[in-house]
Design a protein around this ligand. Structure first.
Ligand code: 2HG
Ligand code: ZN
Length: 465
């Protein structure tokens, strides 16, 4: 049966611009962790004008659209639902522009440019885009989810590094807000509408980012901590003494590292894994002749350990690469271990130990077969709780997921003043909790904005109103 929308898209975008064969569509229909649907077709525009034309055609046909970057998101927000009626708008061909203004320290990029591609282009100029993470997303997707990553402590999230955007609204209107200025107080800064709002107000086609000078030296240590309080004590001491050069403070719980060693033949930093291993990184653009980071870190860690009554059990200084490899292998090691239900939580940093203990107690009491692994960005109050159980061990997986979410999200939000989505954004995976926790006045505002930016209400897989 012919599909007039697909025919019209093909006429506008050419053969390379549309994919509708089921086998070719498959990789656009499956998210990295959650999200499994069926697309009506995949549209692959190669310019802003083509994105606009695609959205105009979809609006004319009343077709719902989900924008998709590298599809590395973790809340199912970049895949179509199961209806078979949604068009996936892939930005993968919109990836040509990377225009650096070195003196301004800004770069104009297409939304479909990959983070790795951008950093490769910046490297010869001594710059990098410092929102740094294990995956390799596209810049447009990073804007839509307001990616945080492992160096947020020093550089902030995407919002902190984004100067301007170009977006296409639901009816195909192109809105250019490609501000290149760091200072520009001239009314509404509309880019914020599109940061972290999961593509429901428009599709990001270009962005102006500020880039950072690439550090010329880094030094890293792994510090064995007896408990969460010891981790927080270490963090406070490092911020007090070395705050100017502290660029990462990541934490890996014992079970998370056990999983990594089960699946990877990597060097063990400690004979026995401690309750928490804190990955501490210092970095600077100064040469080591001017500032010896290695010596500084070793001396400060030693001095701090002496004050902690053995709560700091051990510390190893060493190759950042080895330590970061441990950190970046956690997610997929857990996936090899079993069925994973992920929680991307933040709480005030002071509450991290108590929150984690509350979850551990709840699981021990009600779900003894579920393993709690925790790790994450303690420097920013972020903790990833990944709950794991053997594949196939649970008869009604969905019922267990619902029960666990209903117990843990309120603990984070209501008891500990936290967020149910610290950095992965809102998607079908956590829509229910957006509905529950978002302020009704904010939802009303979102409705008004959505009606204006996307009159047909065709964009995205979540509702913020
Ligand atoms: C990380 O920090 C990512 O490694 C993924 O945000 C977290 O797997 C997860 O849940
Ligand atoms: Zn994370």
């Amino acid at each position: 049966m012919s599909d007039r929308l697909i025919e019209a898209l093909r006429q506008t975008l050419g053969d390379r611009g549309v994919i509708d064969a089921p086998s070719d569509r498959a990789r656009y229909e499956q998210g990295w962790r959650y999200g499994e649907g069926v697309a009506r077709c995949v549209a692959r525009p190669a310019s802003t004008a083509e994105v606009a034309a695609t959205l105009r055609l979809c609006a004319e046909h009343g077709a719902r659209v989900v924008a998709q970057g590298a599809n590395t998101g973790l809340v199912a927000a970049s895949t179509p639902d199961r209806s078979g009626a949604m068009v996936v708008l892939s930005l993968e061909r919109l990836n040509r522009t990377i225009e650096l203004d070195a003196a301004a320290r800004t770069v104009l990029v297409d939304g479909g440019v990959l983070l790795s591609q951008l950093n490769e282009a910046l490297l010869p100029h001594g710059f990098w885009f410092p929102v740094d993470l294990g995956a390799d997303p596209q810049i447009g997707g990073m804007v839509a989810t307001n990616t945080g990553g492992t160096r947020l402590l020093k550089y902030g999230d995407v919002r902190h590094n984004l100067l301007g955007v170009e977006v296409v609204l639901g009816d195909g209107t192109v809105v250019s807000m490609l501000n290149r200025l760091r200072k520009n107080n001239t009314g509404l800064d509309g880019k914020h509408l599109f940061i972290g709002t999961t593509g429901v107000f428009g599709v990001v086609t270009r962005a102006v980012l500020q880039v950072a000078p690439r550090p010329t030296q880094r030094t890293t240590a792994l510090v064995a901590c007896r408990n969460g309080e010891a981790v927080l004590g270490l963090l406070q001491a490092l911020e007090r003494d070395l705050g100017d050069v502290l660029s990462a403070f990541e934490v890996m719980g014992q079970k998370a590292l056990e999983a990594v060693f089960r699946h990877h033949d990597l060097r063990r930093p400690f004979a026995e894994l401690p309750a928490y291993s804190a990955l501490v990184e210092l970095s600077s653009t100064l040469p080591s002749s001017a500032l010896a980071l290695d010596a500084l870190l070793e001396e400060r860690l030693g001095a701090h350990a002496e004050t902690t009554d053995d709560a700091i059990e051990d510390a190893v200084l060493g190759s950042g690469e080895d330590f970061w490899a441990l950190r970046h292998h956690i997610t997929e090691s857990l996936r090899s271990d079993g069925d994973v239900l992920a929680f991307d939580i933040s709480v005030p940093r002071s509450r991290l130990p108590a929150f984690t203990r509350d979850v551990a107690a709840l699981l021990a009491r009600d779900h003894p077969n579920v393993t709690l692994t925790d790790y994450g960005h303690w420097g920013d109050g972020g903790t990833h709780l990944n709950l794991v159980w053997p594949k196939g061990a649970v008869a009604d997986r969905q019922a267990l997921v619902t029960t666990l979410q209903d117990a843990i999200y309120p603990l984070a939000v209501e008891r500990h003043g936290g967020s149910y989505s610290a950095e992965h954004g809102v998607g079908p995976h956590n829509q229910r909790f957006y509905d529950r926790f978002a302020d009704p006045a904010v939802k009303r505002l979102c409705r008004a904005l959505a009606e204006c930016c996307d009159p047909g209400r065709l964009l995205g897989t979540v509702r913020l109103d």
